[in-house]
Write a protein that binds this ligand. Structure first.
Ligand code: NAD
Length: 268
């Protein structure tokens, strides 16, 4: 049976992609679509909005109006909106797939604490390729150990509002965990001026923003005489949307708890 899905942020860049990806999935069906109350798209047909032709799902302004008719909510909006939607999903016992990035540490903790009452999947990046990269990064860091300097580069389109990307941070966390380091203590977000020589433990991040870059990530392990790069380049948001729909179908009916894309893909 297909999982019944609600998409919040339906008129956003990812929202439209998600509506299209659901229409192509045999594991999921779109039964609700939600936008911010100020959106001019309230009352529009979600299929038409995504350029697919009418599908009969009308965009509403409040998730609580449609939660009875869904199994899983896919939320790619903004941190405050995602937190409010998580509270509703817990109340109605619906699974939640979170794609939103840019949470403050406190907001992330609040969201994670809801796993007691809520089947919650969070991934900074829902593409299958990036999740395979995360696994490779853990393995590479475990083998290479402290001898290699680790630096992370990421590039995104000019509209992205948070930096570094959630994916770059997830990559940093995968490496730091594997090396027994705390990313919050060793991360360096950009360098300028008289920085001094590189501190061995640090994991540096470099951010580029511009044009229509969907998402480039590269993690470099550098030693004297050699360099390894584990890179991923997304050329379409469809890579994220397909993965999130796969996660949403897998999450329907899961018990309360905290899941990520590696659980969905069986990589954990
Ligand atoms: P966007 O600005 O195009 O879309 C966000 C949409 O959410 C907008 O249409 C906005 O009106 C809507 N929204 C905001 N508050 C709302 C509310 N309270 N209720 C309903 N809708 C609300 O942004 P985007 O490019 O689609 O990205 C959205 C988020 O997803 C960002 O945090 C981005 O970093 C993240 N993202 C994650 C992945 C991943 O794989 N995890 C991939 C791409 C983007």
């Amino acid at each position: 049976m297909s999982a019944r899905i609600a998409v919040t942020g339906a008129a956003g860049r990812m929202g439209r992609m998600l509506i299209e990806a659901i229409s192509q999935s045999d594991q999921a069906v779109l039964t609700a679509a939600v936008e911010h109350p100020s959106s001019s798209m309230i009352g529009s047909d979600a299929g038409e909005l995504a350029g697919l032709g009418k599908n009969g799902v009308i965009i509403v302004d409040d998730l609580s109006k449609v939660l009875e008719q869904v199994d899983t909510v896919i939320d790619f909006t903004a941190p405050e909106a995602t937190l409010a939607n998580a509270v509703l999903c817990a109340q109605y016992s619906k699974a939640l797939v979170v794609g939103t990035t840019g949470f403050e540490t406190q907001q992330k903790a609040e969201l994670q604490a809801m796993q007691e009452k809520l089947a919650l999947c969070i991934a900074a990046n829902y593409s299958t390729g990036v999740n395979v990269c995360l696994k490779l990064l853990e393995q590479a860091a475990a083998i290479l150990g402290d001898e290699y300097d680790v630096e992370i580069y990421e590039a995104h389109h000019r509209h992205k509002v948070d930096a570094p990307s959630g994916t770059a941070l997830a990559m940093g966390e995968a490496v730091a965990d594997s090396l027994g380091r705390d990313l919050e203590k060793v991360a360096v977000y950009g360098r300028e001026g008289q920085t001094g020589a590189r501190d061995k433990e640090t994991i540096g991040f470099a951010t580029v923003r511009g044009g229509d870059v969907v998402g480039d990530h590269s993690v470099m392990f550098m030693a004297d005489g050699e360099r390894i790069e584990i890179s991923h380049k997304a050329s379409s948001r469809m890579a994220f949307a397909r993965g999130a729909v796969r996660a949403a179908a897998w999450m329907a009916g899961q018990q309360a708890g905290f899941y990520d894309m590696r659980d969905v893909l069986g990589l954990n």
